[in-house]
Write a protein that binds this ligand. Structure first.
Ligand SMILES: [Zn+2]
Length: 384
């Protein structure tokens, strides 16, 4: 017995109901009966000639990386784009998107987080105004077909063998990393090539790269050509970390800069909100309901300081933001997570500099790897 959707072969994970066996492992995505064929309801694309409508031309390095990725894909290889935070990894995909569309092929863009699905859809609509681009995620499941389908990885179960090009963003992020069911959804949704993107590599991904599952294309230079911000690491007892954060927030406040303080646990957010109340500090974490509204207010500079768990480690760009990590030696902060966190600083052309401060009681291996990886990327920024 084998489920064609999630590849489950464990007899204990099949159930018998009215004459048919079905898979229990993936039943929350709708029942899959044994022997039932996986059918997707989407239509084939017609060949379309499109060009991306860009506000800024790609930098020569972005252009080179785009062409490299496309040439690997054309040879039928899967590609992993290893790009520094803020280097513009979405832009690297445009050349490949255009090439596949020209051949009338179907493109999927799958991302772990719903919020990023909505953002990427918006961006693609601006860049390709003549295409039908649909978002498919929680709250958006009425229209499932378009020239490009942007969805959460969970939603890929709807698209068996649908995509000739499947772009996967943040492949090493929760909940995709280490999740076998989602991994199977990806495998069964893609009937052509995978184009994976991330600024960080976790051990599982490293193993797949070593096994030559992907051709690696790297891009470590941000479009403004300034180096990535290397965090300053201070080892301090926890009490002194509180003082340090107060003083730093005060300094940034005087400079009219906004700050995100990253904390390891949800319960840390309320204490910091009290401590930093005179700077208009506001908490944000997964259990807070009006997250979109809080981000909106922060973007409008209604708050000077945001106290966040790792929730905001990826996918957000706030011009001119400074970043502090409290208790960076806590196990929730992996080196990938820290690289993403400090990658929030200096992303914009108008604000390419900034400060990243890493406070800890001891300098863990994760912190050291974060610092050395960022330094290594800066040294290699001129190469593709
Ligand atoms: Zn299954």
């Amino acid at each position: 017995m084998k489920c064609i959707r999630c590849n489950n072969t464990d007899p204990k994970l099949f159930a018998y109901d009215q004459g048919v066996w079905y898979c229990r492992q993936c039943v929350r995505f709708g029942r899959m009966d044994l022997g039932q064929e996986a059918k997707s309801t989407i239509c084939k694309n017609k060949p379309k000639k499109v060009r991306p409508d860009l506000k800024f031309a790609l930098t020569p390095l972005q252009e080179e990386a785009s062409q490299k990725a496309l040439s690997h894909l054309k040879k039928g290889k899967n590609v992993f784009v290893y790009a520094a935070t803020g280097a513009g990894k979405t832009e690297i995909c445009y050349a490949s998107i255009c090439d596949y569309l020209r051949q009338g092929k179907k493109i999927g863009f799958a991302i772990s987080r719903r919020q990023v699905v909505l953002e990427i859809t918006q961006r693609l609509r601006e860049v390709f105004p003549s295409l039908k681009i649909v978002e498919v995620c929680q709250g958006y499941t009425s229209d499932l077909d378009g020239d490009i389908i942007v969805c959460t990885i969970h939603q890929l179960y709807r698209y068996p063998k649908a995509f000739d090009l499947l772009i996967l963003d943040e492949v090493d992020a929760f909940p995709y990393a280490g999740n076998h069911i989602l991994k199977q959804f990806v495998e069964q949704a893609c009937c052509g090539q995978q184009l994976c993107l991330s600024a960080t590599i976790d051990p599982a991904l490293k193993k797949e790269i070593d096994e030559h599952k992907y051709e690696v294309v790297s891009l470590f230079q941000r479009p403004h050509k300034k180096p990535l911000i290397v965090p300053k690491v201070y080892t301090l007892p926890i009490m002194f970390q509180y003082f340090a954060i107060y003083r730093l927030c005060k300094k940034f406040h005087v400079q009219d800069k906004q700050t995100i303080v990253f904390v390891p646990r949800k319960k840390d957010t309320s204490l910091f909100c009290f401590l930093l109340r005179r700077f208009g500090a506001h908490p944000i974490h997964s259990m807070i309901e009006n997250k979109d509204e809080i981000m909106e207010q922060f973007r409008k500079k209604r708050y000077s300081v945001l106290i966040s768990t790792t929730l905001l480690e990826r996918g957000i760009t706030i011009p001119g933001v400074q970043v502090i990590v409290f208790r960076a030696d806590h196990p929730v902060f992996s080196n990938a997570s820290l690289i993403q966190i400090f990658g929030r600083v200096g992303r914009k052309f108008t604000e390419p500099y900034g400060e990243g401060v890493c406070l800890c009681q001891r300098k863990t291996k994760e912190i050291q790897t974060c610092v050395s990886t960022i330094e290594w990327m800066n040294q290699h920024a001129k190469y593709v």
